[in-house]
Ligand binder design. Structure first.
Ligand SMILES: *Cc1c(COP(=O)(O)O)cnc(C)c1O
Length: 227
């Protein structure tokens, strides 16, 4: 199947999920995860209307950034080493993978240096998988508060990578757990207009994630094909 066909299908599935969940389709942003894929593939999806693309490697963002249109919002969704933050700090729209105070500190420092404000999400390892990065569900609120107090950073919510499964239903509870965490934080906060995005759901489970409150879904294989 062509990339454009796949992209259109994913957009349709998102719409259907929103209808099922009685949610506004404009509240869910599709991030096309373009890691390992060539610029020509990305350009096709861009031309079909997509503006949000996800990458998991600093080097790949740096390679692709100058070769594609300026109005793309690049999302850093992969593990980020502190010594590489400086290369992408003024190129990415949002960093989804903040899982330590040390990384938050570095992002803050580099953002202030470049005079920018960077949107970040706290990555939570909801399923407590040993192979995955991310803070524990219990520690997530603390890291959220810590990062929220730093200059140059706007903490926008949470991200999780659910376990690989062929049955999306098996991941529903993890999405419910992350949503509950965000609701708790909103209730405890003094701000009345707190930003609370939930980046959850990939090719295998984005429909379920939307039903449980995802505002960003990250779909790679479902659009670009196997990597
Ligand atoms: C690769 C990747 C995705 C996309 O995965 P697919 O199963 O191909 O949709 C989503 N999120 C993260 C963090 C990834 O690394």
């Amino acid at each position: 199947m062509s990339i454009i066909y796949n992209y259109t299908k994913v957009k349709e599935n998102i719409e259907k999920s929103c209808i099922r969940a009685k949610r506004d389709v404009s509240d869910v942003t599709l991030i096309a995860v373009s890691k390992t894929k060539p610029v020509s593939d990305i350009q096709q999806v861009y031309d079909a209307g997509c503006r949000d693309f996800g990458e998991n490697k600093v080097q790949e963002i740096m390679d692709k950034y100058p070769r594609l249109p300026d109005d793309i919002r690049w999302h850093m969704i992969g593990h980020l080493q502190t010594n590489k933050v400086k290369y992408i700090i003024d190129k990415v729209y949002m960093i989804h993978s903040v899982d330590s105070t040390r990384l938050a500190d570095t992002i803050s420092k580099e953002a202030v240096k470049k005079g920018v404000t960077v949107k970040i999400l706290i990555e939570v390892n909801v399923a407590a998988e040993e192979s995955k990065f991310g803070t524990g569900l219990k520690e997530a609120a603390e890291l959220y508060d810590y990062a929220a107090a730093l200059p140059g950073i706007e903490v926008c919510g949470f991200m999780t990578i659910a376990p690989y499964t062929v049955d999306a239903e098996q991941n529903r509870q993890y999405f419910v757990d992350l949503k509950r965490l965000s609701v708790d934080i909103i209730q405890q906060s003094n701000h009345n207009s707190i930003c609370m995005e939930l980046s959850m759901g990939m090719t295998g489970d984005y429909c379920v994630a939307i039903e449980e409150g995802a505002t960003f879904v990250r779909v790679g294989t479902g659009i670009f094909g196997e990597r």
